[in-house]
Design a protein around this ligand. Sequence first.
Ligand SMILES: [Zn+2]
Length: 154
Amino acid sequence: MILTPHILVGAAIASQIPNIWGLILAFLSHFVLDFLPHFEYSIKGIQKSEKKQFFRDIVKVELDFCLGMVIFTFVAMDLSPIRVIYGLLGIGAAVLPDGLLFLYYFSGGKWFKKLTEFHYWVHPKRHKIKQKLLLFTIFTQVLVGMLAILVLIL
Ligand SMILES: [Zn+2]
């Protein structure tokens, strides 16, 4: 999944369960969301360290991250400080698997190999799903994001 739904779900879980278990669940939520059929933009420039595409991909990732953080910021305005803090920690936990993917690519496939294999394993046949059901795979992420916002404002 793109980062925005991961951010919102991680924030929702950890702000509702403000302890270590909430953070662990936020981390695990990453793999559950990646298991759902979903659209993903290409980050081949990052994966293969192609100079031309690399910075374009970094901008895509940054815009995606910023979108999630802007939505969280708007929603967090009505939350108590402790829920905001745990929401932010939950965001860190929920996006950590993708952060570790970056370290895997940068290490040339040496660091976090097992975790990366598992990360890829939870994406069954993603390319086939992506092409055939593009609208559906975008919808799943919008739905996940909206449900997470609902849980956040409870
Ligand atoms: Zn992922």
